[in-house]
Ligand binder design. Structure first.
Ligand code: SF4
Ligand code: MG
Length: 317
């Protein structure tokens, strides 16, 4: 299990001690080689922090992170760089994560130049091959990010991420900033690369529909915890946590003939600085009971590989 806390100052008075914000609160997450785990939740649920911990862009406050059988929780320097090569990130905003002064070929070729010492024609050939593998014309190597569309920029971000042959990719809302028509193309590209390159993905999304196409397992995060996780079909068919049920009810149904009433979640999630007692979802839960304020629900095993942290799931209702 892993925990990440940040100190935040909620007052400008310097004598006030900083508050401790627990962004990820004792989460257990195992990824099998070759699988895609979809992590879903509202803004502020801690999903990006959990992703950053998984690829050791962040160091845990408590608990441990194991990669390929090795504890990498507190690696630094050269040791960290060596494992970090094997784990890459695709970010939400390709424009923000690509240096606007560099050409596409330099962006994609940089890791090869820095880590593998490639130069000249060898480097150019490898860059062209990478651009082709993400569906871009190698002639785009001379373009700058601003000259590309959002989808093309994300393809560049993906080409850079796979340049060094990583094993694990954190995709942190890789399609959230893209037009709906382009989202499916990028999701398809990620699925194709998973097969051809044998990748494992931790795929973060705001909503459930996007992860459905790609993930084998899904975890739903709320205020720093994974409150429900299950194989993808099981989660969609048999959601057991009221939060997952609300997220599913709030998702637009693609077939207009079957359009459901949108059951929109009440209110905003509480601040992670003031996590409610008992069940952290109780302030927004439509079926909360007295026990929910008093006791934190245990993680109940509600099916094969299916866990939910809810008093009602535990009672089997
Ligand atoms: Fe709702 Fe209670 Fe379940 Fe929390 S434990 S999700 S408040 S029913
Ligand atoms: Mg985020």
């Amino acid at each position: 299990s892993v925990t990440k806390q940040f100190e935040v100052r909620t007052s400008r008075r310097w004598l006030t001690a900083p508050s401790v914000l627990t962004a990820v609160d004792g989460v257990d997450l195992d990824l099998a080689r070759g699988e895609t785990f979809g992590l879903v939740g509202e803004s502020g649920s801690g999903k990006s922090t959990l992703g950053r911990l998984a690829v050791r862009l962040a160091e845990p406050t408590r608990g441990s992170i194991t990669f390929d059988g090795r504890d990498i929780s507190h690696l630094h320097g050269a040791g960290l760089r060596t494992v970090r090569r094997r784990m890459q990130v695709v970010f939400q905003d390709p424009l923000g994560s690509l240096d606007p002064r560099m050409r596409v070929g330099e962006i994609v070729g940089e890791p090869l130049r820095v880590f593998e010492g490639l130069r000249g024609a060898t480097l150019d050939d490898r860059v062209a091959e990478l651009l082709r593998s993400v569906g871009l014309d190698p002639a785009r190597a001379r373009a700058r990010p601003r000259a590309l569309s959002g989808g093309q920029r994300q393809r560049v971000g993906i080409a850079r991420a796979v340049a060094l042959g990583p094993e694990l990719i954190l995709a942190d809302e890789p399609v959230s900033a893209l037009d709906v028509s382009v989202q499916a193309q990028i999701v398809n590209l990620l699925a194709e690369l998973r097969e051809t390159l044998g990748l494992t993905y931790l795929f973060i999304a705001h909503g459930l529909p996007v992860v459905r196409q790609l993930a084998q397992r899904v975890g739903v995060m709320y205020l720093g915890r994974i409150v429900e996780s299950a194989p993808v079909d099981e989660l969609f068919a048999n959601p057991r946590h009221p939060y997952t049920q609300a997220l599913l009810a709030a998702s637009p149904v693609p077939d207009p003939g079957r359009r459901r009433e949108r059951a929109v979640l009440q209110g905003e999630p509480p601040s992670p600085l003031r996590v409610p007692s008992g069940c952290r979802f109780r302030t927004r839960c439509p079926v909360a009971m007295a026990i929910c304020a008093a006791e934190e629900p245990p993680v109940a095993q509600v099916g094969l590989g299916h866990q939910a942290q809810c008093h009602r799931a535990e009672a089997g209702t």
